[in-house]
Each structure stands twice: as structure tokens, then as C-alpha cells.
Design a protein around this ligand. Structure first.
Ligand SMILES: [Zn+2]
Length: 326
């Protein structure tokens, strides 16, 4: 699928009504051809929307409304896709962070890392996807400190968010090789579980067929494929920010854990859940740090602590563009 002359806009809704209007637009995006690069949250929080050429005139009329601000970011996203760079070479020796890698390359790199660091890394396989791919991850344990808590890093559950699996493999590599004292301390203080590609079927499809594919690849209706696996978890399923329309990009699935990939991951997480001190899910794009909950404005028990950690994190110089949304 190509996206010639699809135009990227950053829009900012100013009222609750406009937020609701955009949410409706997001739910119907499959029929209009819009692609929502970032989710619709609340007034003042920008949303990036890719507008297909046939909708452009209508979209410009929406922009004339007082309740919305818009900025043009890119007039032809296909050019950006063409210039993205995907590695054609396979093998750990060619693995790096200057190009994007395929599912097979990431899997092979993980296996080779486990082979090379067999005293620190264990290969994990949470189970099979709908199309029969393995959901690979690693358990990282360095040193022999006792009673360590675990950090779970779940990545690239949305297929097109390639930079997140690149981030996860980078983090894994840094935890192994970086000699900075603070990084060593972090690496050795916890047990790390890292699953760099949580939605392999969708990820492969985003490489082979449609760069903007986001969901899984199960058949969700006569016309449409895929469930949003990030909205398929059982906790508070369909209680906010999700759609029951099978064609929607935010379709939560016919029931919780309907997707083999989320069911497999959920089963695996259950086996380590009591050890976890943190669960981090990487998404792109948007410069945001999101804290639970989504289904209610009620706060987590440790909300204040989470907020303090979040504020600390986003003031790091490398994250200066980050906004905290709670
Ligand atoms: Zn995402």
C-alpha cells in the first residue's frame, strides 16, 4: 500500500466537543482513509492525523473551525517512508541502530545475543501468534544480588511503531555493554524482561504490505483484519479509548485476549507478575509519558510516586520535548 500525497497535520482540539468529534473521526478512519498517528486524548493535547488526498478539501474545512488549531507537518508521507531505511542484511554482525530491522533479523539478533551472553541472558518464548510466529523475549540477570524485583518491558505491540523495537534492542544492548556506573547499577539492580516485538504478525505485515499497519492479523470481520492488541488486555476491557467496530484501528477485539499474541503474553506475565516493580510499554509516536489509568480519572494507589518519577524522567535533557499526561 502506498501513501503518495497523504498529508500529515498536527491539530489541537480546544473544546470537549471537538475532542469528541475527533474521536468519532478516529473510529471511522477505516472508511475515510485517515490515519491517526497519535491518539485523541483531551483538549489542548495535539493529535497528528494523516489525511488522504481525497479527503484533503473536506479536512481543510474542519480546520477553519474555531475549536481547532492545525499545522501542516508533511505534504507527502510516502517520501518519508521511502527514505526510512530498512536493512537488507541479516545477521547479528550487521545489526545496529542506523537502520530498521525485520522481525527475522531482530529474532536472530536476540538468539545470537543469548548465545554470546549465555551467563546473563535467557531466551524466552511467550508463545505463538495467530500466524504461527514466536513471541520472543529475553530475561536479563546480571550478577547475583538477592531478592531482586523485575522490570517488564513490552514493545512494538502496535505494528508500525518500529522505533520502539529499535529502542528496546538498544536498551538491552546498553544494559549489557555500557560501563557507566549508573547504567551498571541499574542493570544489576533488577531482573529485566524485554519483549522487543509483542505483535510479530502485524510487525511483519507493516514491513511487507502496509507501513501504517497497527493491529494484529486475525480476521475481525468479513471486510477487515486485525485487533488492536493493546486494547485486547482483559483489565477493564472496552472501558475507554477503544472501539467495538472490527474495522477500526482501535478495535478491542470480540472479547478480552481474543488474540493469540496477547493471550500468550498475558499468560507469561502472570508467571512473573508477583516479581514486577515496573511495567513499561513503549509506543510511538508522540513525546508523551502516560500513567494509568485510562478507563477512569481515579488515581493509582501510588499515583503521587508515579507522578514524581514521571516528572523526574521527562526533565532529563534527552527527553526535553516530553509532555506528561496523567
Ligand atoms: Zn502504540
Amino acid at each position: 500500500m502506498r501513501f503518495d500525497n497523504h498529508t500529515l497535520y498536527r491539530i489541537s482540539p480546544k473544546t470537549k466537543e471537538m475532542v469528541q468529534f475527533l474521536k468519532n473521526m478516529e473510529e471511522l478512519a477505516y472508511s475515510t482513509g485517515y490515519n491517526f498517528f497519535s491518539g485523541v486524548h483531551q483538549e489542548g493535547v495535539p493529535v497528528d492525523i494523516l489525511v488522504p488526498p481525497k479527503e484533503l478539501e473536506k479536512f481543510k474545512e474542519i480546520l477553519e473551525h474555531d475549536d481547532i488549531d492545525g499545522v501542516l507537518l508533511n505534504t507527502n508521507i510516502q517520501e518519508a517512508i521511502d527514505n526510512e531505511g530498512v536493512s537488507a542484511e541479516v545477521g547479528a554482525s550487521n545489526f545496529g541502530w542506523n537502520r530498521y530491522h525485520t522481525y527475522d533479523e531482530i529474532s536472530q539478533w536476540l538468539r545470537e545475543m543469548v548465545f554470546n551472553y549465555d551467563d546473563k541472558l535467557t531466551l524466552l518464548n511467550a508463545g505463538r501468534t495467530f500466524e504461527g510466529r514466536d513471541i520472543l523475549g529475553v530475561k536479563l540477570e546480571i550478577g547475583n544480588r538477592r531478592n531482586r524485583r523485575a522490570v517488564f518491558i513490552e514493545v512494538n505491540i502496535h505494528a508500525r511503531e518500529w522505533v520502539t523495537s529499535a529502542t528496546a534492542t538498544y536498551i538491552l544492548n546498553q544494559l549489557l555493554i555500557n560501563q557507566d556506573a549508573a547504567v551498571r547499577e541499574l542493570a544489576e539492580s533488577y531482573v529485566w524482561y524485554i519483549f522487543p516485538v509483542a505483535n510479530p504478525d502485524g510487525f511483519v505485515f507493516s514491513h511487507t504490505n502496509n507501513r501504517l499497519w497497527r493491529k494484529t492479523r486475525t480476521r475481525s470481520s468479513i471486510l477487515c483484519f486485525g485487533t488492536d492488541p493493546n486494547r485486547n488486555w482483559p483489565y477493564q476491557w472496552m472501558q475507554g479509548g477503544a472501539s467495538n467496530q472490527p474495522c477500526s484501528d482501535i478495535y478491542a477485539g470480540p472479547r478480552p485476549l481474543s488474540e493469540p499474541s496477547t493471550a500468550a503474553l498475558s499468560n507469561f506475565i502472570d508467571t512473573v507478575g508477583q516479581d514486577l516493580i515496573a511495567y513499561i510499554s513503549f509506543h510511538s509516536y508522540s513525546q508523551m509519558l502516560l500513567l494509568p489509568y485510562e478507563h477512569t480519572t481515579r488515581h493509582l494507589d501510588n499515583y503521587n510516586e508515579m507522578l514524581a518519577i514521571g516528572r523526574e524522567a521527562i526533565t532529563k535533557p534527552c527527553l526535553e520535548d516530553m509532555e506528561l499526561h496523567t
